[in-house]
Ligand binder design. Structure first.
Ligand code: NI
Length: 257
């Protein structure tokens, strides 16, 4: 079964319609990822209300809220439901602040706070990283007992390799289908098959042939078909392996009966 390992259902106009369409198209699971305090209750409610939706709690690097105590509060609140399976998305995004070390340091402290939480509470993490390879690698190395996924991966093979060596998974979004994404495809072809995940990151980054349109979890099927074809991998085996990878990483997620 195909799983959309990273989507933002709460940012879609009609999450329930999008979920129904994806299920009809053969998508069997959805990890709805939090990015900030304001949206987190919607994220968790979607997971509570839908057997095939899980939630992740965290603060995106571009979110500037300083008080992060809401993260552990929400984890405690939803822990017993066993629908919160990861922390994130968290990480570093220097694409808009390449010369602003103060902003970079703010992101670093927010990232380290969440990694420490993941280490203590034993949750896997969802990492967002853009144009911040050196800092990302050294911080992940400092938290070497934490595991997770490098989501919507667009960085170099060197960073992918470091993450893989630390036990991380690499997730491919619709970007891998874009014409100009040769480097992303090259990374995808080098990731071991037991470490690959696939995602939409919807509502953003719709894959070809929907590029430029609003993305939705159904379109993970396009990215999966593209990747399976590109990697010369039987579709049924691609679905099986990426599903196994998902449940191996997110051990708190129970398989859907
Ligand atoms: Ni995301």
């Amino acid at each position: 079964m195909l799983i959309d390992s990273h989507c933002h259902l709460n940012f879609l106009d009609s999450p329930n319609i999008a979920l129904a369409a994806a299920r009809m198209g053969g998508v069997g699971g959805f990890l709805c990822v939090g990015v900030d305090k304001d949206g987190i209750d919607d994220v968790c409610a979607l997971a509570q209300d839908n057997m095939d939706v899980w939630a992740s709690i965290g603060q995106h690097p571009n979110t500037t809220e300083k008080d992060l105590s809401w993260i552990s509060e929400r984890i405690a609140k939803f822990e017993s439901s066993s629908k919160v399976i990861a922390l994130g998305e968290m990480g570093l995004d220097y694409s808009q602040c390449s010369d602003d070390r103060e902003e970079q340091l703010r992101q670093i402290s927010c990232f380290e706070y969440q990694l420490a939480l993941a280490e203590n509470l034993k949750y896997p993490v969802i990492i967002h990283t853009r144009d911040a390879e050196e800092d990302t690698a050294s911080i992940l190395e400092n938290f070497s007992s934490v595991r997770g996924v490098m989501h919507c991966f667009t960085e170099s093979w060197a960073l992918a390799e470091k993450a893989l060596n630390l036990g991380y998974y690499i997730s491919m979004s619709g970007i891998v289908t874009f014409k100009n994404a040769g480097l992303v495809r090259e990374v995808a072809s080098r990731v071991p098959k037991d470490r690959l995940l696939v995602e939409t990151d919807s509502p953003w980054l719709a894959p070809v042939p929907y590029r430029g349109k609003l993305n939705q979890p159904l379109f993970v099927t396009e990215t999966a078909k593209f990747l399976a074809n590109y990697l010369d991998w039987e579709m049924s085996d691609f679905e099986l392996k990426t599903e196994q990878n998902f449940f191996r990483l997110f051990t708190k997620a129970k398989a859907i009966p």
